[in-house]
Design a protein around this ligand. Sequence first.
Ligand SMILES: [Zn+2]
Length: 113
Amino acid sequence: MTARTMARIQRRITDHPDWCSRDHRCGIDTHRSPDLIADATGGRGVITRVQAGDREYAEITIRVRLDHRDPIAVRQVGLTLHLIRRLIQAVNAMRPDSLTSGTPRPAIGHKAA
Ligand SMILES: [Zn+2]
């Protein structure tokens, strides 16, 4: 007769970054901040800070109103693509030390409705 050992199952406490929303959007190896909303006439941007593994990034969803005329809408989509590319380049071109000043960042810590 063999003896069976009952293994104890223990869950390790998850370490969340300070900015993590600690809600259902936070996964096993991913942490997500509350959404930051940027409303503008004709559109909306939603930015979420994400940590996946040892990398952090800003996940951005943008809704831009397009003209009802297809040729114009196509050009608007192209312009949007161009500006998104410029946005990514501009953010990544910033020297980290230039972002450490006491500039107020009112959106940080602000929970979306
Ligand atoms: Zn988390």
